[in-house]
Design a protein around this ligand. Structure first.
Ligand SMILES: CC1(C)CN=C(N2CCN(c3ncnc4sc(C(F)(F)C(F)(F)F)cc34)CC2)S1
Length: 501
């Protein structure tokens, strides 16, 4: 068990955040690759103990020892982290025993890389050792600590456990693949094989063992058009750090666990392990918004970095970087900026076909369209003397947002929009004066197959007039007045002609 014995016992019992950072640093520095099982047990143990509301092992022990004194080490006392080395070692060895005891490698001894049959077998070992029925969406079910002490894992946790099991078995080719709402594994000599190893969503038959090809081909957001985060061991550590869940209840969070996650994410950031992991950057942005670290980039920069990462490494196929940013602007009453972020999110989703696997992003976009935008419009109409409602760029952002949803629906088996969307949509659009709406020109799609008509530059004479917008559906050809905002003809067609059932 290289991992546990490469661990410096002197760091234990882990008594504070710096000692946990030290454990992660020692694992990151090598010489061996970081031990996923070990790190997941350590952070899982801390998270579960610090958010369970029950006295922790070390708290219980310390209370007994000092029974005669009045000092009780409270659960949230930051100077006590509830993890003893013996506990970590025992759980680690239990994981190794389960994995090595359940998987017969003799048929594969002369194969350096994993094969699908073996991936399915390891997934079955984890799958069949889970508690029969439990609430799968509960918090704190993502770590090996949860698996080893309660036989419970969430969707992400099963995929992570499979990858950690392959590390225990000595395979270096099996890695975690992450979309924005699902996880699977890649494997094989070139990491080009894929396999489902966990379930997704509610009431869906799991596809464990199958490649993810059909999901990608169906153009559903769930498989991010074949642009998932493909992890290496370091990004897998970043994923376990990013999946730390500090929540104590639906309305409160453990300050210590949040601080631990925030400092571990900065360690991942500084090592470059989340450069290609937009959601982890977004997670760090959320933590920094609540509790800014002096001397570090402000959260607004982090949200922008998450967007840049998605554009640079994932062909702008991820939606969440824009909803992280839009949520930040919204919470800071920067509604025009929020509308632009959400329009950019919509430009991503329009590339997909909506399918029943996409509920999570459907709910996210529905909340933006039917709750957040209407609330922003209401607040905006009575602030800055309603200037937002007279801003053509604002109007154009909203049209682009709604248009993306229409584009998402086009070509999909399942409709997206219904009358419940139409009322807030019409209500929002009608808050903009006709004079403002007229400043939004609908121009030929540059992406249209037919070449757009030649654009005649406006003559000097009429430069200060606002020419009437070009009819929808392209054509016209007048260049837009510099002061007005151009939208594509397809956008106009979709929004203006959409029949809401
Ligand atoms: C802008 C938001 C609504 C705020 N939080 C969001 N999160 C929170 C964190 N989050 C994540 N943060 C880091 N890594 C991952 S991997 C992953 C997943 F692929 F779906 C998995 F593995 F199936 F759960 C999810 C996820 C999911 C998205 S999106």
């Amino acid at each position: 068990m290289a991992g546990i014995h490469s661990l410096d016992k002197r760091l234990f019992p882990l008594k504070d955040i710096p000692s946990i950072i030290a454990v992660f640093k020692s694992q990151m520095e090598g010489p061996k690759e970081p031990d996923l099982a070990l790190l997941s047990i350590v952070v899982g143990g801390i998270e579960n103990t610090m958010t369970s509301g029950r006295p922790s092992l070390s708290t219980a022990i310390s209370t007994q020892k000092t029974a005669e004194t009045e000092i009780v080490i409270t659960e949230q006392n930051p100077s006590f982290f509830p993890i003893e080395f013996d506990i970590v070692e025992a759980l680690y060895e239990r994981f190794v025993a389960i994995v090595k005891g359940s998987v017969d490698l003799t048929p594969y001894v002369n194969q350096k890389y994993a094969v699908r049959e073996l991936v399915k077998k390891v997934s079955d070992v984890i799958w069949n050792s889970l508690t029969r029925s439990y609430y799968k969406d509960r918090a704190h079910l993502q770590s090996l600590y949860s698996y080893l002490t309660g036989n419970k894992l969430d969707c992400f946790g099963v995929a992570f456990a499979v990858v950690a099991a392959f590390q225990v078995l000595g395979y270096s080719d099996v890695h975690l693949a992450l979309s924005e709402d699902h996880a699977w594994v890649v494997f094989g000599e070139h990491g080009s094989e894929t396999a489902e190893v966990t379930w997704h969503g509610k009431g869906n038959e799991d596809k464990r063992g199958q490649p993810i090809g059909a999901g990608v081909a169906s153009k559903s957001w769930l498989y991010v058009n074949g642009c998932p985060v493909i992890c290496n061991r370091f990004t897998e550590v970043a994923a376990l750090v990013s999946s730390i869940n500090p929540s104590l209840s639906a309305t409160s969070e453990s300050v210590e666990v949040s601080l631990l996650q925030q400092q571990l994410l900065w360690l991942m950031y500084d090592n470059g392990y989340i450069l290609r992991y937009p959601m982890a950057i977004g997670n760090l942005g959320d933590l920094e918004e609540i509790n800014p670290t002096p001397g570090r980039s402000p959260c607004s920069i982090l949200f922008q970095e998450g967007i840049i990462s998605s554009r640079k490494y994932y062909h702008n196929m991820h939606v969440y970087p824009y909803t992280y940013q839009g949520g930040y602007f919204y919470r800071h009453y920067m509604y025009k900026e929020a509308f632009e972020s959400w329009a950019n999110a919509s430009d991503v989703i329009r590339q997909y076909n909506y399918s029943r696997d996409d509920e999570e992003i459907y709910k996210e976009l529905m909340e933006i369209a039917n709750e957040l935008i209407p609330h922003a419009m209401k607040v905006a109409s009575s602030s800055n003397n309603g200037s937002l409602l007279r801003d053509p760029e604002c109007f154009a952002h909203l049209l682009r947002f709604y248009d993306g949803l229409c584009g998402w629906e086009e070509g999909s088996q399942t409709p997206v929009l219904h009358i419940g969307w139409a009322k807030p949509l019409v209500n929002t659009i009608s808050k903009f004066d006709a004079e403002v709406r007229s400043q939004v020109a609908i121009l030929p799609d540059v992406s249209e197959k037919v070449s757009p008509p030649p654009v005649t530059p406006p003559s000097e004479a009429n430069n200060n007039e606002i020419p009437p917008p070009v009819k929808t559906g392209g054509g016209g050809g007048e260049a837009p007045h510099p002061g007005i905002v151009a939208l594509t003809a397809a956008c106009g067609e979709r929004i203006l002609n959409r029949e809401f059932l």
